[in-house]
Design a protein around this ligand. Structure first.
Ligand code: ZN
Length: 211
């Protein structure tokens, strides 16, 4: 199993699955849409209660493949060699806040960067960009399937994301990349039980506590 590492930058990709962009009424991007979360946003999908804001409008779940960078990209290197582990994570989003920010043309931090907005499952070995397509990922909410995704549906594949982020912002050991969510996002309710599956393997779970 992949070991724990200090987490540094948390890059996230918006609208990387066509059907999710459409469900929120957004345009299909022509290049990767990148935003970040503070490292303090990290929380564990460890089966325990996950306290999230209950007083700022809807909090949506977005289940995503998360990649961890083990070493920087250097000339001639295959983008896959940068990644040393993968897991599934939730890009939790204060959707009403985000809609307000979008209207005003303001940054998304308040909607995307709150404490515990980046729960992560346990780290798994990274099978490479091609190997990643062999398994689908699923979010089960209260026993029912809420989201189903496969990396083969990404608008910008992993290698493209790595090259893009490295070129514009830099990538180094301990950085994470949330690679975008498939369709099915919805608002969380107090007491919801979330389970994230990679293939048939449970990689993380939480019970939601609105506070
Ligand atoms: Zn997302």
């Amino acid at each position: 199993m992949a070991e724990e590492q200090q987490i540094r930058n948390i890059y996230c990709i918006g609208r990387n699955y066509r059907m999710h962009a459409i469900e929120l009424g957004n345009e299909i991007p022509k290049s990767p849409l990148v935003f970040t979360k503070p490292s303090h946003a990290v929380a564990a999908m460890d089966g325990e209660l996950l306290p999230i804001p209950g007083d700022r409008g809807a909090v949506h779940f977005e289940l995503e493949i998360v990649l961890r960078v083990g070493k920087p990209l250097s000339p001639g290197m295959n983008a896959d060699e940068c990644i040393d582990a993968m897991t599934l994570g939730l890009d939790l989003t204060l959707r009403d806040v985000q809609s307000r920010l979008k209207e005003k043309g303001q940054p998304w931090l308040e909607a995307k960067g709150f404490k515990a907005s980046a729960p992560l499952g346990r780290w798994l070995p990274y099978p490479g960009e091609e190997g990643l397509k062999d398994l689908s990922f699923t979010l089960i909410r209260n026993g029912e399937q809420a989201q189903l995704g496969n990396s083969s549906d990404m608008l910008f594949p992993v290698s493209k994301l790595i090259e893009h982020i490295d070129r514009l912002y830099g990538l180094g050991q301990g950085d994470l990349i949330y690679t975008g969510t498939p369709e099915g996002v919805a608002a969380l309710n107090d007491g919801d039980v979330l389970e994230a599956f990679w293939g048939k393997q449970l990689v993380g779970s939480n019970r939601i506590k609105l506070v």
